[in-house]
Design a protein around this ligand. Sequence first.
Ligand code: FAD
Length: 377
Amino acid sequence: MDFKLSEKHLLLQRAIREFAEKSIAPRVAEMEETQEFPEDLISEMGKLGLLGLIIPTQYGGTDMGFLARVLALEQISLVSAAAGMTLQTHHTGLAAILDHGSEEQKQKYLPRLSGGESLAALAVTEPSGGSDLMGMQSTARPEGDHYVANGRKCFISNSHLAKIHSVVLRTGEGSKGLSIFVVEAGTPGFRPGRKEHKCGLLGVNTGELILQDCRIPKENLIAGEGAGLRAVLKTISEVGRSGMAATALGIIGASLEKAVQFSKDRVLYGKPIANLQGIQWLVAEIYSDLEIARLLCYRAGWLRDEGKRCDVEATLAKAFTCEAAVRAARNAVSIYGGYGIMKEYDVQRYLRDALTCVPADGTADISKVILARHALS
Ligand SMILES: Cc1cc2nc3c(=O)[nH]c(=O)nc-3n(C[C@H](O)[C@H](O)[C@H](O)COP(=O)(O)OP(=O)(O)OC[C@H]3O[C@@H](n4cnc5c(N)ncnc54)[C@H](O)[C@@H]3O)c2cc1C
């Protein structure tokens, strides 16, 4: 067992942190204000190879792999979890095509998703309940060389920004009745609906997607009719959850950096508050959460690079890290005293962002259902 990162990974970590400090940090206030993700940052991430991190070079990607993705998301999310979430969602949306698409679909879409021309999204959740996939009501029925789709998706990240959407629709009854389609922005009958106003991850564009007699060409069906449930569960569990975990990991790291700095700078009773044992316990808790979460996140990325199944490990990483991020940010807010809830200090943003990470890609309860099923089997 080797816990050392390779030279390639260490270089990547440094390069991404520099990029995040230089290009993303100055835009955080703007994202908080506008609740939009700056579009020019998408092309910058494309030029850096971040959009195509998990895409093989033959489709225009940088093929750095999933551990590299975790490292990149962690570094970006130290500065802005909203930027991390935007990027991780893009990877998740394109992974549906990468893992389950035909050669023609990969050749058609992946190069566009590597370079910054387009972001991807994965649209599963509906108003009828995100945890209840079988309750999905949006439909696609075959008609000639097309499917005609109707329905509504909600809470979709990158909804208004993405040009290429992997959309799950009902094509039949029961668990063999779900299918995934690539739907391009601008397809007649397909449009973004309302934008959500979240309490955290404000820079992430989250909203509805509406299908109204939308004609989707049959060649846009991914993995075959009825194969959608299995395929999308793999995409969510292995790519979505490891991405959410890495995003939340960045929040824990940022909480530790701020907590340490503030507790050394803030003087009470003539000494830095870092000397108070109560403050040290809070710092120790954030530090422990960071170290445990990091191991879980890196393991999930490494397993996927090894070509091994990592659905349970990624679910565990996501469940632990998102809850730990809430704890870490809450501890950082406590250390700041009254300053902690003031808008000019970042720690309140970390807490709002961490809370917003928890339900995305499956709630804490759904993670427990999966982990219990695994432990009991
Ligand atoms: C920031 C953000 C980004 C998101 N991005 C996307 C996206 O890009 N694409 C997408 O498709 N979706 C996205 N979602 C939706 C997300 O996947 C859903 O919110 C999530 O799956 C929960 O669905 P729901 O909100 O409908 O809650 P519900 O499914 O209605 O759950 C309500 C409550 O019931 C609990 N519950 C449900 N089932 C069980 C059970 N079996 N046992 C115990 N408790 C249970 C839940 O844990 C929860 O507490 C996003 C959500 C957020 C917050």
